[in-house]
Design a protein around this ligand. Structure first.
Ligand SMILES: Cc1cc2nc3c(=O)[nH]c(=O)nc-3n(C[C@H](O)[C@H](O)[C@H](O)COP(=O)(O)OP(=O)(O)OC[C@H]3O[C@@H](n4cnc5c(N)ncnc54)[C@H](O)[C@@H]3O)c2cc1C
Length: 428
């Protein structure tokens, strides 16, 4: 289904504007759901806001789960997205342990697991994603870990203490961040991925290369271009035979092979679904004009890109949640133009990526040997993305080149050259 079809459907029977007697129900209290709630209130909504979470914890931030929370006990107390007193001040009702089991759009009701039904004037789906799983290594089995929730992180941290032989399946951001914590010299760490470089979807070859060197220097056995041929289960943990013939017995396995958006509710309710998310327009509206979707779940229209997209990043979940919150009460200027970006921290390396992470060619500016530099990603002579490796200050200038055409590549690569002399004008 195209965005036009969604818009056509939305044009039928537009709902009456929200007022002080209206109720907005938000399913999912992750970053996007929480941002929807607060931005809706900040935009002037005076009706009731109900935020539902199927988790038992107060809303928390996920990025620290593969970083600080794994490294140090107690860090979990510092990752709240909001506190009860802030929710009370904003008159946002939060219900924990409340799983939405079904949508009934025709009656504008949802059903909770356990039987309760709740009516709404607008519904926002902010249900995020769940981990992609391997049938041979199911979640919850001995020695096997996945990492999406705070409970996952606490269980993994507990298991790390006695683990001496770790296998990480997947060299994506989560697998590599965990590897950086686990490879502290007290245990062997092996990372397997069928791709021939790490973070192949999200990093330029230069960045992959740089990170691979750092992981190998920390003693990580990176097995790229390799897959698991067989798994033998023993009481001490699985033994993997890899496609390169290598055998490895692990007492801790972390599977980090990506996520799948939680679209089941929307699908059952007959909302328009894209291959990878709930189809929404620039304002976050689904094919039902009373239902919106925000954050990682949304196959959203980004006006900067001029197309639909789905992002699995913190910056998008925050910005899209805020945008959808505003759109619920004020549909003016519905354009969503967030620049895609993410960060990852591994060992002493802080990576930030803005725009498209992979271009036709890369230009490095800075000192690669000392580990602080920018990588500009170009298509033709246009900068389509920039990656910063421990170079946050230079990135502030480097980001300004996004969308610019470069006339002097040598000047772009020379950290001594003035930023102004290397560009002509914004790309058409
Ligand atoms: C370990 C980890 C590390 C990360 N690190 C980074 C990083 O360094 N940089 C970066 O840019 N991004 C990072 N991310 C990604 C970023 O955190 C996510 O993109 C973001 O949290 C998505 O927010 P969301 O609110 O859309 O979805 P989620 O955070 O998935 O929240 C959805 C919530 O909805 C709940 N829910 C689902 N179904 C129902 C239901 N039926 N009823 C009620 N509740 C329901 C879920 O339990 C969940 O609490 C990381 C993610 C993880 C997991």
């Amino acid at each position: 289904m195209t965005s036009e079809t969604v818009m056509e459907k939305n044009a039928q029977g537009d709902p009456a504007p929200l007022n002080e007697r209206s109720r907005v129900v938000i399913v999912g209290a992750g970053l996007a759901g929480v941002r929807v709630a607060f931005s809706l209130r900040e935009a002037g909504f005076t009706g009731s806001i109900l935020l539902l979470s199927d988790e038992e914890h107060l809303p928390y931030d996920r990025p620290p789960l593969s970083k600080a929370v794994l490294m140090k006990a107690g860090e979990e107390s510092r990752i709240h997205l909001t506190r009860p007193e802030e929710l009370a001040a904003a008159q946002i009702e939060l219900r924990l342990g409340a799983r939405c089991a079904a949508l009934h759009p025709e009656r504008r009701m949802i059903a909770l697991q356990g039987g309760d039904s709740i009516g709404y004037d607008r519904l926002v789906l902010a249900t995020g994603s769940s981990v992609r799983t391997l049938t041979d290594l199911p979640p919850g089995t001995d020695h096997v870990h996945y990492l999406r929730t705070l409970d996952d992180a606490l269980r993994l941290r507990g298991a790390m203490e006695n683990a001496r032989k770790v296998a990480i399946i997947g060299a994506g951001v989560i697998g590599l961040e965990a590897a950086a914590v686990l490879a502290d010299g007290t245990r062997s760490v092996l990372v397997i991925d069928p791709a021939d470089r790490v973070m192949a979807r999200a990093a330029s070859p230069l960045l992959s290369n740089f990170l691979e060197d750092r992981h190998r220097a920390a003693g990580v056995d990176l097995r790229l271009g390799t897959h698991i041929a067989t798994i033998d289960r023993t009481a001490n943990g699985p033994t993997f035979t890899l496609s390169d013939g290598h055998r490895f017995q692990a007492d801790l396995v972390l599977v980090g092979i990506g996520v799948v958006p939680n679209i089941a509710l929307a699908e059952q309710a007959g909302l328009a679904i894209a291959p990878t998310g709930i189809m929404v327009d620039s304002a976050g509206r689904t094919s039902d004009p009373f239902i919106y979707a925000a954050g990682e779940i949304a196959w959203h229209f980004n006006d900067r890109l001029g197309r639909h997209d789905r992002q699995e990043t913190w910056a998008h979940a925050a910005a899209h949640g805020e945008h959808v919150g505003r759109m619920l009460i004020d549909g003016h200027d519905p354009a969503y133009t967030e620049q895609s970006s993410y960060w990852t921290d591994q060992y002493d390396i802080a990576v930030q990526v803005f725009g498209t992470p992979i271009g036709e060619r890369d230009v490095v500016r800075g000192n690669r040997a000392e580990g602080n530099f920018l990588i500009f990603h170009l298509t033709g002579d246009e900068v389509i993305g920039v990656t910063s490796v421990n170079a946050a200050r230079a990135l502030r200038q480097g980001k300004k080149l996004l969308g610019q055409r470069i006339t002097d590549l040598a000047a772009l690569a020379d950290p001594g050259s003035d930023w102004a002399i290397v560009t002509t004008k914004a790309a058409a």
